[in-house]
Ligand binder design. Structure first.
Ligand SMILES: O=C(O)CCC(=O)C(=O)O
Ligand SMILES: [Fe+2]
Length: 356
């Protein structure tokens, strides 16, 4: 059963795009957003999923980056509720017009009910190494889409990462910031960028301001002029690594922003890291951004919501918000999945899950 999500909101709209020191800065306005479809677990499905997570929390060594634990999660992932497995399988076949799957009412509190959810972390580069309920759930769901991967130079290569605001990093164009996070394909610069990005809300934003923005190229394409489509299909753009990458990675060669089938292309862009190489490319990129903003949805994620973005068809970002840094801030887990694990084997040491 797919129902429509009612907590959709408004996404930031730039009336203008300013190019300052190689970075697109935006002014903020708002537009109405279309609601994406949501899949909601029943109470019986919630209990079934909790039991799986509780079991996984007891699997030695209880560490999310351990291959033994990962193998246990992979096996257990086939025991997720059948309706959810069907939804994930369909999404993998075709991510639909919004290219986002929103799953709601997942268990996220730590296993063994007595423990309280800890305070939202505030340290830079925060990750989740312990096999908690939430870590097990997001990993299991993502393992039904592909193999989970991480990047050695990003968040110390942890498979389950925390998306939390970090003091002093407010203006960074990374998930540690709290200013508007520009829409982007995840790790757009990387040849092995993930096919799916999973974002599981562990603690919702107490201010209600932070919203995950998503926009699919399928919805935006009809709004583009023929000229923009043609220019965006040319290798006229360069993309840098995002600030979440600690070590400097080389810039990929010039690439097209629209790739693949003309009538149903993939998108490859990061509006804070992609640079148009000529004036026509700059104009086309601005037109694309406007179109994406017009079709974007803004989701105020609640605890237990897992948004899975198809990173080939949709870009995502986040509205600005005001962190408190008192342990109650918005807290998401992030896990990447890749469809063709074999393709990245040359850069995965010992056949593990970490690239680079
Ligand atoms: O905070 C969010 O909603 C999204 C952040 C983001 O883009 C990411 O973690 O990849
Ligand atoms: Fe992202």
């Amino acid at each position: 059963m797919v129902v429509y999500f009612s907590v959709a909101g408004r996404c930031p709209v730039p009336p203008e795009i300013h190019r300052t020191e190689g970075v697109f800065m935006t002014q903020i306005d708002t537009v109405a957003a279309a609601p994406p479809a949501a899949f909601v677990l029943t109470e019986a499905e919630y209990r079934q999923t909790s039991e799986i997570a509780d079991r996984l929390a007891r699997v030695e060594p209880g560490r999310t980056d351990d291959q033994q634990w990962l193998a246990a999660v992979r096996d257990a992932s086939v025991e997720l509720p059948t309706r959810l497995l069907v939804e994930l399988r369909r999404f993998r076949r075709d991510a639909g017009p919004d290219a986002v799957l929103l799953i709601r009412n997942l268990p996220v509190s730590p296993a063994y009910g007595s423990r309280e959810l800890p305070r939202t972390p505030t340290q830079p580069g925060s990750v989740e190494r312990i096999a908690t309920t939430a870590a097990a759930i997001i990993t299991a769901a993502m393992l039904q889409l592909g193999e989970v991967v991480a990047f050695r130079n990003e968040k110390t290569g942890a498979l389950v990462q925390n998306v939390v605001p970090v003091p002093g990093q407010e203006t960074l164009q990374s998930n540690a910031g709290s200013v508007l996070l520009e829409m982007h394909n995840e790790n757009a610069f990387h040849p092995n960028r993930p096919d799916y990005v999973g974002l599981l809300c562990v603690r919702e934003d107490p201010t209600g301001q932070a919203r995950l923005c998503t926009a699919s190229v399928r919805r935006a394409l009809p709004l583009l002029s023929a000229q923009a489509r043609q220019v965006l299909s040319g290798e006229r753009f360069l993309t840098e690594a995002p600030p979440s990458f600690e070590a400097l990675e080389s810039v990929v060669p010039a690439h097209a922003v629209l790739q693949g089938a003309g009538e149903d292309p993939d998108i490859l862009v990061d509006f804070s890291a992609t640079h148009p190489l000529d004036d026509e490319a700059r104009v086309a990129m601005a037109e694309l951004r406007d179109a994406l903003v017009q079709v974007s949805s803004a989701l105020a994620l609640r605890a237990g919501d897992l948004a899975i973005v198809d990173n080939r068809l949709a870009v995502h970002g986040r509205t600005p918000f005001t962190p408190r840094y008192d342990g109650t801030d918005r807290w998401l887990h992030r896990v990447y999945a890749s469809l063709d694990h074999r393709r990245s084997r040359p850069v995965r040491r010992d056949g593990g899950s970490v690239l680079g």
